[in-house]
Design a protein around this ligand. Structure first.
Ligand code: FES
Length: 153
């Protein structure tokens, strides 16, 4: 069973394979949206881009399904590890930063440390199977809504 580690919230949530990341976050009480998303989001239809997150894992390609067409459109100028939570189907354990922002000082290191911790925990537990690390070039953030102040992902 995959475990999602929400880095900002310091919360681990187990979920079934095939779950949608947005649903897992909201069911766990994780605040996924910035102000714009709170005021109005599309409800998970891939139309508003307010549910973006940064992800890291041993291998992001193995942890989540590939970017969908809405993600390709909305996130084309964003780091490759940013995803729309409503479009991302979980395949394996990963680390998630909600409301990422470009230029978060120490963000890459924090993500890498969280992935390493996840790997260590998985090694101690024969039932867990974390993804493989691909490193992180994320520009996740400090709680800002969009990473550049534009109001959109
Ligand atoms: S909730 Fe609107 S794009 Fe994800």
């Amino acid at each position: 069973m995959p475990t999602i580690h929400f880095l900002r919230e310091q919360l681990d949530v187990d979920c079934p394979t095939g779950a949608i990341l947005r649903d897992v976050a909201l069911d766990a009480g994780v605040e996924l949206y910035g102000l714009k998303g709170k005021l109005g989001n599309c409800g998970g239809c891939g139309q508003c881009s307010t549910c973006f997150v940064a992800v890291a894992g041993r291998d992001e390609d193995a942890c989540l399904t590939p970017r969908t067409a809405p993600e390709q459109r909305f996130l084309k100028r964003r780091p490759v590890n940013w995803r729309l939570a409503c479009q991302a189907v979980i395949r394996d354990s990963l680390v998630v930063v909600t409301r990422p922002q470009a230029g978060w000082p120490g963000g890459d290191q924090a993500l890498a440390a969280a992935v390493n911790a996840m790997t260590v925990n998985a090694a101690a537990s024969p039932q867990a199977s974390p993804c493989q690390d691909s490193g992180s070039d994320s520009d996740d953030g400090d709680g800002g809504e969009t990473g550049d102040g534009s109001g959109e992902a």
